[in-house]
Design a protein around this ligand. Structure first.
Ligand SMILES: [Zn+2]
Length: 475
């Protein structure tokens, strides 16, 4: 009687009860090769004991009578991947697709950089993931974006004066966000007040460098992280100041948005003509010294050049039909492109990539990132991060250096106590088992053998199951 009652309870509570059972059980993963992403070494014949969502022990000889045993078959074990710039809350159902897409791609951590959901609902999902009630990557909520009114996106925090900036930071801190994110249309004085208030509140200050603010000013304001890469290449132009000043002037005169966008669009040609290598070296050295982290989102360029996947590509079929349809409709960002920008796109992209490689070599810390969102056409949760890492290798990073930007740099930048891109006791059990050595070739990331998130093990069959679910739902 008692026994059958328990079974009924388990059925009724479904995954919730299953999660409790999981949390109490231990897993012993044997015969793996540990990949050290920091120094590039491999240690074969290792076992990893996972208990309560954490790595309890790593070594050649570990025994545990109670643990569930799992044979790693000599595979390569890396820390789980992070995408440091995503948006998973742009529609009511986006997490239902986004979370499994991250897991099947080995992404066990994401930083959300701007949402259309109320913060309380984002935090509720975050808590359910942490509790193991919902299977998904670790979630950092850094989407407290602050812009000048009326705001570039709905629901942003708005600040048009230094006083308002201070008030906004008070609200952001009270609501429990992980960072303050600056946005493009802030004026200089408001931006500086925002930076100061964020630092006083001990919140990381990240985001866009506003269109009227110089990169050097952002360094002086101790902006901790910047999103996207265009402003770095622009700071390597000998006339960055002039470009900023002409925008300040027309905005002070109350120019309409079309005129403002026209001026911003004209920057591409000017940057191509005035980009200067030695100036760039100096700018990048300052960024490196300031430890200003960059989330490059280089793959976003594919959207503008029309390098889109086929309609019947698996990744397309894994997202909801209505999202695919929305992506196929005319997009305001493409329509805002001038003929000149279109004609120069290839050269602008090449210059961004050249500058990116210089930044990496100068020691500017990079956080692999994509801008994946249902709101950003052809940028895919999960898949786009692997594309981004491939792109870094194409540009000139080694596979280890590319992996570093997705495994080691993010948790350290976020200041996570239980995660630092190493596979060691006390670290959170966010791990990916691969069939081949990723330090030689990142393509092995496309077919993980195991993905372990918060200690919960997804074997290949479970990952295939998630993919099938996504494909079925996408129709
Ligand atoms: Zn974004």
């Amino acid at each position: 009687m008692m026994h059958s009652f328990k079974i009924l309870l388990a059925l009724a509570l479904g995954s919730l009860v299953a999660a409790e059972v999981r949390a109490q059980s231990a897993t012993l993963l044997s015969d793996v090769t540990i990949v050290d992403v920091i120094d590039g070494t491999l240690t074969s014949g290792q076992s990893v004991l996972i208990r309560d969502g954490l790595i309890a022990e790593v070594g050649a000889e570990i025994s545990s009578a109670s643990a569930t045993r799992l044979d790693g078959g000599g595979g390569y074990l890396i820390p789980g991947l992070w995408d440091s710039h995503v948006h998973i809350f742009s529609t009511p159902n986006e997490p239902d697709t986004a979370l499994p897409l991250y897991l099947v791609n080995g992404v066990t951590g994401i930083r959300d950089m701007g949402a259309l959901w109320p913060i309380a609902e984002q935090q509720a999902l975050q808590a359910r993931i942490e509790a193991g009630e919902v299977l998904g990557p670790r979630l950092i909520l850094a989407g407290a974006w602050v812009d000048a009114s009326p705001g570039s996106w709905p629901g942003m925090f708005l600040a048009d004066t230094p006083d308002e900036a201070r008030g906004v930071v008070d609200r952001i801190a009270a609501e429990g966000w992980a960072a303050v994110k600056a946005y493009s249309m802030l004026d200089g004085a408001t931006y500086l007040a925002l930076a100061e208030a964020a630092h006083s509140a001990r919140l990381p200050f990240v985001g866009h460098i506003p269109e009227r603010v110089a990169l050097g000013t952002a360094i002086e304001a101790r902006q901790d992280g910047i999103e996207h890469f265009g402003r770095v290449a622009m700071a390597c132009s000998t006339v960055e100041d002039g470009m900023l000043e002409s925008l300040r002037t027309v905005m002070a005169e109350g120019a309409d948005l079309a005129h403002i966008f026209e001026i911003m669009a004209s920057r591409n040609r000017i940057i191509l003509e005035t980009w200067d290598e030695s100036l760039c070296d100096a700018v990048l050295a300052r960024m490196a010294e300031a430890r200003m982290h960059v989330s490059p989102t280089l793959g976003v360029a594919d959207f503008y050049t029309g390098n889109w996947p086929a309609q019947d590509a698996p990744r397309m079929r894994m997202i909801p039909a209505e999202v695919r349809e929305a992506w196929g409709r005319p997009d305001f960002r493409l329509e805002a492109m001038t003929d000149e920008v279109r004609a120069l796109a290839e050269d602008s992209i090449a210059l961004d990539r050249r500058t990116f490689l210089m930044a990496h070599r100068a020691g500017v810390p990079i956080l692999a990132s994509t801008d994946a969102s249902f709101a950003n056409p052809y940028l895919f949760h999960g898949f786009s991060l692997l594309d981004e890492l491939d792109l870094y290798v194409t540009i000139g990073l080694t596979p280890r250096e590319a992996l570093y930007t997705a495994t080691v740099a993010p948790p350290r930048f976020f200041g996570l106590a239980d995660q630092d891109g190493t596979i060691a006791p006390g670290r959170r059990a966010d791990l990916v088992l691969l069939g081949a050595n990723p330090l030689e070739d990142l393509s092995t990331l496309r077919a993980p053998q195991l993905v372990i998130v918060g200690g919960h093990v997804l074997d290949r069959a479970a990952l295939d199951g998630l993919e099938t679910m996504l494909l079925d739902r996408g129709h």
